[in-house]
Design a protein around this ligand. Sequence first.
Ligand SMILES: CC(C)(COP(=O)(O)OP(=O)(O)OC[C@H]1O[C@@H](n2cnc3c(N)ncnc32)[C@H](O)[C@@H]1OP(=O)(O)O)[C@@H](O)C(=O)NCCC(=O)NCCS
Length: 218
Amino acid sequence: MVDSAITIRPLEPEDIAATAGLLAQAMDDDPAYSFLFPRGQDRPAGLEDFFARNLRTHLAHRCTYVGVVGPTVVATVTMRPPDGVSISMLTMIRRGLLPFAYAHGLRAVRRLFILKGTYDAIEARLSRGKGHWLVHMMAVDPARHGKGLGSRLLNFVLDATVDARTTDGMPPAVLTTHKKRNVVFYERAGFEVDDVGDVSLMGEAPYSVWSMRRRPRP
Ligand SMILES: CC(C)(COP(=O)(O)OP(=O)(O)OC[C@H]1O[C@@H](n2cnc3c(N)ncnc32)[C@H](O)[C@@H]1OP(=O)(O)O)[C@@H](O)C(=O)NCCC(=O)NCCS
C-alpha cells in the first residue's frame, strides 16, 4: 500500500544532493554505471557527483520529479521531453566535462563517451529516430521497494507529461532497463518490450538491455 504521506512534486535545487544520493545507491549494482566507475570504492561518490550534475542540467526544464515525505526524498524519476534538454557546447564543456574530468580522470571521461554513444544509438533505434520522451534516473528508496511507490510516481509523471499533451504527433515514451524484474514494472505503466539485446562495452562482460516503448494513452 502506498504511503499517503508521500507528496510528488518537481525537483527543487535543495533536493539535488539527496536525490543524487538516492540514485547513486540504487544504481550501485547497475552494469552500465559499474562500467563508468569500475572500482567499487570510487563508485558511490562518483555516481553521486554524476547524478548531481545531471539533475542540475535538467533542473530548469522541470522534468525531474521527486516523491517526498516532509523534507526527505524517497523516490525520483526524470522524463526528458521530446525537444530534449538544451545546453550549449561551451556550458557542457565548462560545467560538465571539465569538472567531471578533473574529479574522475580522463579514463572516466572516455568511458562516459562510450556509454553515451552506446545508449544514444539504442535510443535512436527505439524511437525510430523521431522525437520521444525518455524515462531515466528512476529510483525508489530501497526500504520502500515493492509497495507501489514507483508505480504511483511513474503514472503521475506520465499523466502530467506524456499523456497531458495529445497534439504534435503524440511522441512515444522510451526507456532502457538492465533488470528483467523491472520489465513487468514498466509493462504495468503501458510500456512494451521493443528489443532485448546484449551490450558489451570495451570488450567487458556483456549484460542484457531491455529496450521498451510506450504509446501515449488515447
Ligand atoms: C524499479 C523501481 C523504481 C520500482 O519501484 P517500486 O516502488 O519498488 O515498484 P512498485 O512497488 O510500484 O512495483 C513493484 C514492481 O517493481 C519491480 N521491482 C524491481 N525491483 C524491485 C525490488 N527490489 N523490490 C520490489 N519490486 C521491484 C517488480 O516488477 C515489482 O513487481 P513484482 O512485485 O510483481 O515483482 C525500484 O524497485 C528501484 O528503485 N529499483 C532500483 C533502481 C532501478 O532499477 N531503477 C530503474 C532503472 S531502469
